[in-house]
Write a protein that binds this ligand. Sequence first.
Ligand code: PAF
Length: 283
Amino acid sequence: MQIIHSVKELQQWAKEARRNGKTIGLVPTMGFLHDGHMSLIDTARANGANAIVVSIFVNPIQFGPNEDFDRYPRDFEHDRAMCEARKVDVIFAPAVSDMYPQPLTCHVAETTISQKLCGRTRPTHFQGVTTVVSKLFLAALPDLAVFGQKDAQQAAIIRRMVRDLNFPITIITAPIIREADGLAMSSRNKYLSADEHQRALAISRSLFAAQKTVKENPEIKAAELIGAIRSAIEKAGGVVDYIELTDSETMIPQEEMVPGGHHTIAVAAKFGATRLIDNVQLN
Ligand code: PAF
């Protein structure tokens, strides 16, 4: 396994891999890897990638001024060992100065999907994501890239960016991996105390209950589903940022399910100081 820090060196590696007929799979991460990330690597391989690049980069430009950039968990040795065990070909671990040697005056912005849900409370977040993901695409030159469904809005924005800007890259969205108790895996779960973790299970439990309700009654109104999720989260002491029933591609809120449509119920809520997101698909 190679560890590469510079964009130029990764581009050279990628060009060589392509000359050798390899299919490059990119798994973009911010590190502090867990089984959810490992499943993204497995998904890349299952979709034909035979040269896997995992990028590990805590991207400063996707954090707002009062967010957790400085305390975001980092553990490169742990990440290196996990990637080695999964037979990753390259870890791309640039320093901030490798990714952003000069202040940026060019950004990549998606202007519609990014305004909804998380975009309302994190107004600069998705522009930071689309900008860094574009830079990662141009550094690793992947054939395919895998993103987790836990960040459903992020995945929808990346799919739209790739469609609109003609990136020749297949985007694969891999299912959410959960702890045994149902909590969606996230590097930020480390911030939760044992009590907050227990109470935060109200999110996944109420989402699963909503999924079951929809199966039994597909004509149910969004307001009823949302009300039940909100009351379960608030009863557990969580503070809801949003709960929306959305179209899975556009993230536009829906009042009810459209027959034959693809729908996501997306939630963001705080337990203590930790903001968690989760979602379920309804079809
Ligand atoms: O999902 C993440 O971990 C990040 O938003 C990503 C895609 C690696 C960009 O920094």
